[in-house]
Design a protein. Structure first.
Length: 268
């Protein structure tokens, strides 16, 4: 039977849609994993042939969306994939979504409320609502900060895969005047953040500055960024004080509000 132009178009459309679905499924596999993936594992999970998965990975690798892991038969997300995160956030306009929450936190605490976003293995300040007080903290929007130091960074790092925490510790050791950073203390602080739901820093990245920060998550429970309340150190009490406990609860509540907003969006 001869194939008419209409039936040929339908066949090509069906084939093209199926191929696009496969590529999308492979990309989602990487987005949902906290480690490198191999051809066999992807093929098994998606019920595809190894040859199909291999061709998809080769195509993605040629565009630097994924990259082979040196010395292994696995792949990880490549440098071109890093741009997906900021672009997605730009289109989602999380600044507008979180703005009422930040403003409310600023009004409650009378300290500067900030919104940070995880971009790759770095943190970026996305927005802030400044304290109405004369002496206050003001952050710079845009620059990237490491995850090993500061409450806003550690609040994120504590909920990332362990290997990223290890890499952050090594980076801290390379950049710290004291090269002998205690690993036990470093990881204990991250464990404490997971237990308490927030991080605190005083005189850490900037002398005279203090901050309380809490993470927010997407609908799948992945950490996306953090909310903080920042100000001069002399206005931040000991972590054992009732005033600090109330302040921390306000920050955690704000972060949870942003998580709920993102969860509601995902359900629509």
């Amino acid at each position: 039977m001869a194939v008419t132009p209409r039936s040929r178009f339908a066949a090509e459309t069906s084939s093209g849609t199926e191929s696009a679905d496969r590529v999308a499924d492979v990309l989602i596999s990487f987005a949902q994993s906290d480690r490198a993936l191999g051809v066999s594992e992807i093929a098994r999970n998606l019920q595809l042939s190894k040859s199909v998965v291999h061709r998809i990975l080769q195509s993605l690798a040629s565009r630097s969306i994924v990259q082979p892991v040196a010395g292994e038969s696995t792949y990880s997300l490549g440098p071109a994939a890093i741009g997906f995160g900021p672009k997605a956030w730009s289109q989602l306009d999380i600044r507008s979504l979180a703005a009422p929450v930040l403003q409310s936190l600023r009004d409650q605490t009378r300290e500067t409320a900030t919104l940070s976003l995880l971009v790759g293995n770095r943190r970026v300040y996305l927005d802030q609502y400044e304290s109405p007080q004369e002496v206050k903290m003001v952050v710079e929007i845009g620059p990237q900060y490491p995850l090993h130091s500061g409450a806003s960074s550690r609040a994120i790092l504590a909920f990332l895969p362990h290997h990223i925490a290890v890499e952050s510790l090594e980076e801290l050791r390379e950049t710290s005047p004291d090269k002998d950073v205690d690993a036990g203390v470093f990881f204990a602080r991250l464990s404490e953040i997971r237990e308490n739901g927030h991080a605190t820093s005083i005189n850490e990245r900037n002398t005279g500055a203090a901050s309380i920060a809490a993470p927010f998550f997407d609908s799948a429970g992945r950490v996306l960024g953090s909310v903080s309340s920042s100000g001069p150190a002399f206005r931040y009490s000991s972590t054992a004080d009732a005033e600090h406990i109330v302040h921390a609860r306000q920050v955690v509540s704000a972060a949870r509000s942003i998580t709920r907003i993102l969860e509601d969006l995902a359900e629509r």
